[in-house]
Write a protein of this length. Structure first.
Ligand code: SF4
Length: 445
């Protein structure tokens, strides 16, 4: 089951900051007496439809009530079961509750908070999973409660579709605009019997792998769990068919955002119904993170992006590898396999003239054999990125590398390049549109 958004992440930091600001300004109360965040903020969140603040008397000695001229005072909303006191991050999360990604007990608490029967929680969840982009669209709950939720800044957690491009082979790439105006990429890859979504786990990426367009675009923040679920729901809606597989191979390094990735995994599995074995988490390696992933006991596949068979070469391609030697990474992969019984797969992006020699393939298989990790190798012929010094290897070169890996007894596949990938490698489309948050944007409801 998934929990509400992580108070420790950057988004929550922003929320906390906003909450602090709210203490210094003012807030408003609903007609029902439910306490609200500051009215200007609520106005923004509900798309410019201001809720009507009800004047409430200031309370003596309450440090939160520092009035600006013309702003009505009120009291901040509290989490269920918590009495008046100092505003904290939990309160902020409550006010800006995001329904997508909340587990049923949390939704039941929300319903209870509003004096609604418990079964309403399930209606909220079903409404969002069935595609409501705003609380207003959840027609199974009473109209008056919908209005209250909207006025209190409760959001479904759905993003806005900013842009999309498609290819003849059916692959479609979507740019999604988040509530803070930032943009992420997500890709839907259909085949006859599958619909795979390649999800982003961060806005940008701090790892700066030299061959990657996302790495060139910089890093802004981690995604919350609901922002991952939203990507999958978007692809489901846009394709009009069930998503069967999810791979965390879009923008970002998932193991740098592990708590939210684990929450998203549970949401994908339990709320959206995607089998754990059909979810893949890909990493270039983050110290101490693989053991934490093993401890989470997920059924997902771990895919480790090696891209080089030795430390010296790897460091030139993946700068972060300097802080995480290849031997340590391979040790962690062995431990992961022993702890979970799940085979690790290895990704290897082939860069012409850099890591695509037969000798590299032999060194790679020797490395995997040494660590008893004779599992699957997935070769990814590099997709061109603007202003990059790398070149895509020839088809012959790719298949020679594959043969060399297979000759050593390892199962090996070459990732098929979809038409869209050839035209827009991961992160490239987003870089064309945005490196900074949009200066002006519509806030999702
Ligand atoms: S390859 Fe992955 S980890 Fe490396 S910069 Fe790109 S998104 Fe980040």
């Amino acid at each position: 089951m998934i929990a509400p958004s992580n108070p420790g992440n950057a988004a929550s930091a922003a929320v906390t900051a906003a909450a602090a600001a709210a203490t210094a300004t003012a807030a408003a109360t609903t007609s029902s007496g439910t306490r609200l965040a500051d009215s200007s903020d609520a106005t923004q969140r509900i798309g410019g439809q201001p809720s009507q603040p009800t004047p409430a008397p200031a309370r003596d000695g309450d440090p939160r009530v520092q009035l600006l001229e013309g702003v009505y005072p009120t009291f901040v909303p509290r989490n269920p079961g918590i009495q008046d006191g100092v505003w904290n991050a939990r309160d902020a999360d409550m006010v800006r509750a995001v329904l997508l990604g909340m587990d049923l007990p949390s939704l039941e608490q929300l319903a209870e908070h509003y004096g609604q029967p418990r079964f309403r929680a399930k209606q909220l969840l079903e409404g969002v999973l069935k595609g409501a982009h705003s609380v207003e669209e959840i027609s199974t709950i009473p109209k008056q409660w919908r209005a209250q939720l909207l006025a209190d800044g409760v959001r479904t957690g759905r993003s806005l579709l900013h842009h999309s491009v498609g290819d003849e082979d059916g692959t479609r790439k979507f740019l999604l605009q988040l509530h803070d105006g930032r943009i992420i990429e997500t890709v839907g890859i259909p085949t006859e019997d599958r619909l795979t979504v390649c999800v982003s786990s961060q806005v940008g990426c701090p790892m700066r792998c030299t061959f990657c367009a996302t790495g060139k675009g910089g890093f802004a923040r981690n995604l919350s769990a609901h922002e991952v679920l939203d990507q999958v729901l978007t692809v489901h809606e846009q394709f009009g068919r069930r998503v069967s597989n999810v791979v965390f191979m879009g923008m970002g390094e998932p193991l740098l955002n592990l708590p939210n990735v684990i929450r998203a995994y549970h949401g994908l599995n339990q709320d959206i119904g995607i089998g754990g074995a059909f979810i893949t988490i890909s990493t270039v390696g983050v110290p101490n993170a693989i053991a934490r992933l093993a401890a989470a006991k997920l059924k997902a596949t771990l895919a480790v992006s090696l891209h080089a068979p030795n430390q010296a070469l790897r460091e030139t391609i993946i700068p972060s590898a300097k802080a995480y030697p290849l031997e340590a990474l391979m040790d962690d992969c062995s431990s992961y396999f022993r702890a979970t019984g799940r085979r690790v797969t290895f990704e290897y992006t082939l860069l012409s003239g850099v890591n695509d020699e037969k000798a590299h393939a032999e060194e790679l298989t020797a490395l995997l054999r040494r660590y008893s990790l004779m599992s699957h190798v997935n070769i990814i012929p590099w997709n061109p990125v603007d202003e990059s010094e790398f070149k895509r290897p020839s088809r012959n070169r790719v298949y020679a590398f594959k043969q060399a890996v297979e000759a050593a007894g390892l199962p090996c596949t070459v990732r098929e390049t979809r038409g869209l990938e050839a035209a827009a490698a991961c992160g490239q489309l987003r870089n064309q549109f945005q490196k900074q948050p949009l200066p002006q944007f519509e806030v999702p409801l």
